[in-house]
Design a protein around this ligand. Structure first.
Ligand SMILES: [Zn+2]
Length: 584
């Protein structure tokens, strides 16, 4: 139970007195012996039990609870669900001060849990220049010029998420394209996959990078015909510029976190798993928790390189409260497909001789093994980014070695992205019980050009949602926001249709890897909860679980799958509080 939460007095949001929480605990003790709640409790209200604080009724509820997959109404007391059932059954929980939300027959699902976001970065990007959908080079330059005009002297222009594949010809930008409009303002704009960025000349000067600067391990500084840096930096080389950018202030982070929380609430995202937060971001989350301002639950996975920081004070996986936890770590095996830095067994089809890049963390491999072994022995959870088939294979090897060395335990190793699988590796992925933490939106984005890069054979086991599920691998869905939009409807649409963003694959790109909408919702709720050791606390709508649920504008199970991406959220409830609502 959450007895620690201090509810603020935000307008429109219910304030729960501690007594309510105590009463909820009493009712749950009556209804739900033990912590696990994934069974169908009787919906009938026990004699003497207090009335519900909130009832959602007249709904089509998809519970993701095998004991009762569908129901019509949900009763909430404090921050927990106390009953699910028919309208009549739940009506018995109504009291004089119960708020009743009539869903008007609309679809209700558990709150979405995005298993892979960059939350503060995402919040910052809501204020940054957005280049992702700049359709031409001219528009790209125009938007950068406008952002420079808005930026205070001496401050950096960052963000961007540009994507040269939108342009024709689809050639990479360089500093000469933007120098004229940026002048002395330092500019460092990330490609949308985060594995490449474009600096202008002012930024290159501040970074002290010259023609003579060597490439760091796991990175590349791209040069022009004269040998000078052309403005593009890849993977580990990004650090050469990032290190001269002043760190964000607490106020900047706070503003970004609040923007991100508001955005998440609007989209029905009631939990996020934050990959590579800076410690200063985690401090901001803790401050927001203390003020009762967290409306989305956050699980932190700071960089693996700092694993000893958590280990030395005894923090283990999933440590914390229902709103804010840590105990996970994010590491990197390789880069990305878009930047030709994902690590493959065979060369890229469009870049002979190039198989990608292992990350600097993997060089030498013995150091990666040491860090992973130490972190796992300390009880921390490992979430490792791996995209290319050999990158994934090497991480599976390391996971096996670590598990063997440290002994059997429920450790829930995760591979983040798991995009391009070698067919031989599905079986051990399942046997080792590794979680595939995937972002379906990338499939309809990369699907526009991935075949050109890796050929017709390797695409068959690319974003292999169907094969993973058929082999018994657990999926956790997310977005990688701000790499992709945070909106869960885009991800569900992508997993179910695999219709690429360019409209060229209306029946689905590699259609045999499509999954059903039920499977996709489960991966995005219970699957993500499992990936953070929270499946007994959230991820389904069942008595005893945290009251995180959303009312949708349309029934995603009944409409044409193509229309799923237009569905919006009408109400978001997190921990029994209505954190977002628009007209029902
Ligand atoms: Zn990411």
């Amino acid at each position: 139970m959450m007895l620690h939460r201090r509810d603020g007095s935000r307008p429109g949001i219910r304030v729960f007195v501690p007594a309510t929480v105590v009463r909820a605990a009493m009712v749950l003790a009556l209804l739900v012996p033990g912590a696990a709640a994934s069974w169908a409790a009787p919906a009938a209200k026990p004699a003497g039990a207090p009335a519900a604080d909130l009832i959602v009724t007249n709904a089509k509820v998809f519970t993701v609870d095998k004991g009762r997959p569908e129901c019509e109404a949900v009763a909430i007391l404090g921050d927990r669900i106390v009953a699910t059932g028919t309208r009549a059954e739940i009506d018995a929980w109504r009291g004089p001060s119960t708020r009743v939300l009539d869903a008007g027959g609309r679809r209700v699902v558990p709150g979405f849990n995005d298993s892979h976001v960059h939350f503060v970065v995402g919040g910052m990007d809501l204020d940054n220049v957005d280049l992702k959908d700049a359709p031409t080079r001219e528009e790209f330059v125009k938007r950068i010029a406008a952002q420079v005009a808005r930026t205070a002297k001496g401050e950096w222009v960052q963000g961007g998420n540009w994507d040269e594949t939108m342009w024709s010809p689809a050639t990479l930008p360089d500093r000469t394209l933007i120098d004229k409009v940026t002048g002395d303002t330092p500019v460092f704009l990330a490609r949308y996959d985060g594995h490449m960025a474009l600096a202008n000349s002012a930024a290159i000067r501040l970074a002290g990078v010259t023609a003579k600067t060597p490439d760091p391990p796991g990175g590349a500084i791209v040069h022009d015909a004269s040998g000078a840096p052309n403005g593009l930096f890849k993977d580990a080389a990004l650090g050469a510029v990032y290190k001269v950018i002043p760190p964000y202030t607490r106020e900047q982070r706070m503003r970004a976190a609040r923007r991100a929380l508001g955005h998440a609430a609007r989209l029905g995202v009631t939990s996020v798993q934050d990959m590579n937060p800076e410690y200063a971001d985690m401090a901001v989350y803790a401050e927001l928790l203390e003020r009762g301002e967290l409306t989305t639950r956050i699980y932190n996975a700071p960089p693996l390189a700092g694993w000893e920081d958590q280990a030395k004070i005894g923090i283990r996986r999933s440590f914390g409260s229902p709103w804010l936890r840590l105990g996970a770590l994010k590491g990197y095996a390789d880069g990305s497909l878009g930047s030709t830095t994902a690590y493959f067994f065979e060369p890229f089809s469009d870049a002979p001789g190039n198989r990608g890049l292992l990350s600097d963390e993997m060089q030498p491999l013995s150091r990666m093994r040491e860090r992973m072994t130490g972190a796992d022995a300390a009880g921390l959870q490992l979430c490792i980014h791996a995209i290319g088939d050999q990158g994934i294979s090497m991480i599976l090897d390391l996971f096996a070695e670590v598990a063997k060395g440290n002994g059997a335990r429920d450790r829930r190793f995760r591979i983040e992205h798991a995009q391009h699988m070698a067919p031989k590796d599905f079986e051990r992925f399942a046997l080792q019980r590794v979680i595939a933490s995937m972002q379906p939106y990338h499939a309809i984005d990369d699907g526009r050009w991935a075949e050109k890069r890796i050929g017709p054979v390797r695409i068959r086991t690319t974003y292999a949602f169907r094969t993973f599920l058929d082999r018994g691998v657990r999926l956790a869905f997310g977005t990688d926001w701000s790499v992709a939009p945070l909106d869960p409807m885009q991800g569900l649409y992508a997993a179910v249709t695999r219709a690429t963003l360019d409209g060229k694959n209306p029946a689905g790109w590699v259609p045999e890897q499509k999954i059903t909408i039920q499977e996709a919702v489960e991966a995005y709720t219970l699957g993500s909860a499992y990936a953070e050791f929270q499946e007994t606390e959230k991820g389904s709508i069942a008595p005893g679980k945290l009251a995180d649920l959303v009312i949708l504008s349309d029934d995603i199970f009944a409409i044409d799958p193509k229309a799923i991406r237009n569905v919006t959220v009408r109400v978001t409830i997190a921990g029994g509080r209505v954190v977002y609502e628009t007209g029902l």
